[in-house]
Design a binder for this molecule. Structure first.
Ligand SMILES: Cc1ncc(COP(=O)(O)O)c(C=O)c1O
Length: 393
């Protein structure tokens, strides 16, 4: 310490105002009378302590709010942080959650292992069976309906308008994980959802270099979540927030390109004799075509069908591993939404905690490979998959 004087906060003049938001790597901020008033009023408005708010984290959240056309958004430490914090915001002891059976593995563990241990009542239903949703919501006082827009990894597309109606008729809220679909393809809030959660680690960040989450929705609901972020400590680090912000500057370009690649890959795989099933909303035999027509955003070239493809190879999980290991462009790695194409087999990665019978019940086939299309030239990527399949014949 060279001086007893506190450091001055950096302030910007018209000539030093940056185009790129700086990383506010400061935990604490100078206080004035207004800050103290805010602290006493709950501390949600002013920026005075990093676990409550941080300017860089706010900039990233504003960008997500823009993409989801939400009143407000708040960043969290991870996608699981967003999901757990949202549910713990909405639920009170004894409350019931009706959730889709087809969800990410760790979300499932939270729903079926952790929440019941904490005194919440959780039931799972087939994501596409609206009668089952209605039945379970009517079976007890339900507070939350939980679903993934495009399920990981089955790519079932949720009928969000119908689920929102079921939720609202019962006085419940609809929470939607929009990680797989992304707001480029689906905007759940516009379709009736109350809260959108994301693993911002994925397409929003887009470069596989930061773990982050986000919650978006009405101002009031997001503020409630923010209160829980403060007490649960699920806040985002400003460095990670900067990386997510930077990734989002190319969000639409990347997802548009990855969507096109996914379409080309799905069309090529369907023709392949070694492939027994392909799931992608662009395919003519996509079982949720009617829902796709109402839920997917569209542009001049048609519906935006997403950057994720799941396909099943003849020969089961063993063959799937062989295929994956012969790929030269696509990377065998968990996660998704990066500029590089990522492939994984759900049975030993995202859904390893399920038994084989549970995986079958959730329609995760033996031999399924999940592909997150990156931004490589589509032709090269298609060739990569076709060669790998041929080499394992
Ligand atoms: C659909 C979905 N939701 C949530 C998560 C959790 O995200 P994170 O790893 O950022 O906690 C994942 C992770 O793969 C996911 O695929």
């Amino acid at each position: 310490m060279t001086s007893g004087r506190p450091a001055r906060s950096a302030s910007f003049t018209p000539r030093t105002r940056p185009v790129v938001p700086p990383i506010h790597q400061s935990v604490t901020y100078f206080l004035d009378e207004q800050s103290y008033k805010d602290v006493q009023a709950g501390g949600l408005d002013e920026i005075w302590y990093g676990r409550f708010r941080n300017p860089t984290v706010d900039v990233a959240a504003d960008e997500v709010a823009r993409l989801e056309e939400a009143e407000a958004a708040f960043m969290t430490s991870s996608g699981m942080g967003a999901i757990a914090t949202s549910l713990l915001t909405l639920l009170r002891a004894g409350d019931r959650v009706v959730a889709a059976q087809q969800v990410y593995g760790d979300t499932r563990d939270l729903l079926v292992r952790d929440l019941p241990a904490w005194g919440f009542d959780v039931v799972q239903v087939d994501a596409v069976d609206l009668d089952a949703w209605r039945r379970e919501v009517a079976a007890g006082p339900t507070r939350v309906l939980y679903v993934e827009t495009l399920a990981n990894p089955q790519l079932e597309l949720a009928d969000l308008p119908a689920l929102a109606r079921i939720a609202h008729d019962a006085g419940a809220v609809l929470v939607v994980d929009n990680t797989f679909a992304t707001p480029y393809n689906v905007q759940p809030l516009a379709l009736g959802a109350d809260l959108v959660v994301h693993s911002a680690t994925k397409f929003l960040n887009g470069h596989s270099d930061a773990i982050a989450g986000v919650v978006a929705g009405s101002y009031d609901l997001v503020r409630e979540v923010q209160r829980r972020v403060i007490t649960l400590g699920t806040c985002l680090d400003p460095h990670a927030a900067y990386l997510v912000w930077r990734g989002m500057q190319t969000f639409e370009l990347r997802v548009r390109q990855s969507n096109e690649t996914a379409k080309a890959l799905a069309a090529a795989l369907v023709q392949c004799e070694d492939v027994v099933g392909v799931r992608h909303p662009s395919l003519p035999d996509y079982p949720r075509a009617e829902v796709a027509g109402r839920v997917l955003r569209r542009d001049a070239s048609g519906p935006r069908t997403g950057a994720m493809v799941s396909f099943t190879v003849a020969g089961g999980d063993e063959r799937a591993l062989q295929v994956m290991r012969r790929l030269r462009i696509a990377c065998e790695a968990t996660s998704l939404g990066g500029v590089e194409t990522l492939v994984s087999t759900p049975f030993n990665s995202s859904h390893f905690s399920l038994t084989a019978a549970e995986r079958r019940a959730a329609r995760i086939d033996d031999g399924m490979i999940r592909v997150s299309c990156g931004v490589e030239p589509a032709d090269d990527l298609v060739e990569d998959f076709l060669s790998a399949l041929e080499e394992t014949r």
